[in-house]
Design a protein around this ligand. Structure first.
Ligand code: NAD
Length: 306
């Protein structure tokens, strides 16, 4: 047991938000020596109380760790944290592996790969799916692209945060799979909410309708988690923030544009998320878009069970 613990690589985690914090906590629980950094020191303090060390900057963290994970909100933040003045690259030790768990465009992955490789390290793109419930349970699905040997070296750490881990191929391919996953999942939320709005406007009980749909072919992960689990209970606390869902559908649309692939329904879903952003709901869970129909129709898709 002692030997197993001593042989674990030191892991760093940058970005301790709704996803990052539970992922980092699972690394700690599985016995990886952990160093953390978040721009908000409150987030780091939570894990410091559980045994993590706290770094002063991404450069400081990179100088202490073999594997450096990032879970950050926006591509521009990822670029700054990896390649910026006090970023990871400036402190990276040769042979270290950066694991980008944030959802970012494949083009940024390829650019950051070069930055990291110039410092003698590797960068893996590792898109995660399954949301906060699976991040907490350590059962995320992880889609990894990049150097195969680096993937094998990082796999014990990946297994601490996920239970379905797929090697997708060269750099960027993990992120492409993740973007496709979210394009489908986010269209599904729009369809589920719109269908509920139609039934409720026609006079059906939200509870009964949701119960029936969840037993039929309309059911899905998103229907269970977002419509039944959140919307009916009026729980808009994220989960996944609307601005992140909007970012993801934007990434899908950009990839479609780049490749000349028509994305009919993804484009429509993106406009719905845009509408929610304009309404000022960026930091609520993205099922908040249901309020668009509720306001238009004068209905509430709310459970009668209090
Ligand atoms: P979040 O907004 O809850 O967390 C982001 C964290 O990054 C925050 O703690 C913030 O303080 C920190 N941060 C911001 N700028 C920073 C900087 N410069 N340096 C260090 N830390 C910084 O977001 P989240 O929901 O945890 O999502 C993180 C990433 O994972 C996103 O790319 C998102 O698209 C992706 N993702 C989210 C979900 C989900 O269900 N929430 C699921 C899969 C993937």
């Amino acid at each position: 047991m002692m030997l197993e613990k001593a042989s674990k690589p030191s892991v760093g985690f940058i970005g301790l938000g709704n996803m990052g914090l539970p992922m980092a906590r699972n690394l700690l629980k599985k016995g990886f020596p952990l160093t953390v950094y978040d721009i908000s020191s409150d987030r780091s303090a939570v894990l410091a109380r559980e045994g993590a060390r706290v770094a002063q900057s991404p450069t400081d963290l990179a100088g202490r760790c073999d594997i450096i994970c990032c879970s950050l909100p926006e591509p521009k933040v990822s670029r700054e944290v990896i390649a910026g003045e006090s970023g990871i690259a400036a402190g990276l030790r040769p042979g270290s592996i950066v694991v980008e768990l944030s959802t970012v465009p494949p083009s940024l992955i390829r650019e950051m790969c070069q930055v990291v490789e110039r410092r003698g390290g590797w960068l893996l793109d590792a898109g995660v799916a399954g949301g906060v419930p699976n991040a907490e349970k350590g059962t995320l699905t992880i889609m990894v692209g990049g150097d195969r040997l680096a993937y094998e070296r990082a796999s014990a750490a990946l297994q601490a945060i996920g239970s379905n881990i797929f090697y997708m191929g060269p750099s960027g391919h993990g992120m492409i799979a993740k973007i496709v996953n979210n394009a489908i999942a986010h269209v599904n939320v729009v369809a589920a909410v719109e269908g509920m709005a139609l039934g409720v406007k026609a006079g059906l009980s939200p509870d009964l309708l949701a119960e029936v749909l969840s037993k039929g072919s309309a059911n899905s992960y998103q229907f269970e988690n977002r419509v039944k689990g959140r919307l009916l209970k009026r729980n808009f606390k994220p989960g996944m923030k609307l601005h992140l869902a909007y970012k993801d559908s934007r990434l899908a649309c950009e990839l479609g544009n780049e490749l000349g692939v028509p994305l009919f329904v993804t484009g429509v879903a993106h406009s719905v998320y845009q509408e929610g952003m304009s309404a000022g709901w960026a930091d609520e869970d993205y099922v908040t878009i249901a309020k668009i129909w509720e306001k238009l129709l004068g209905i509430s898709i709310e459970s009668g069970d209090k």
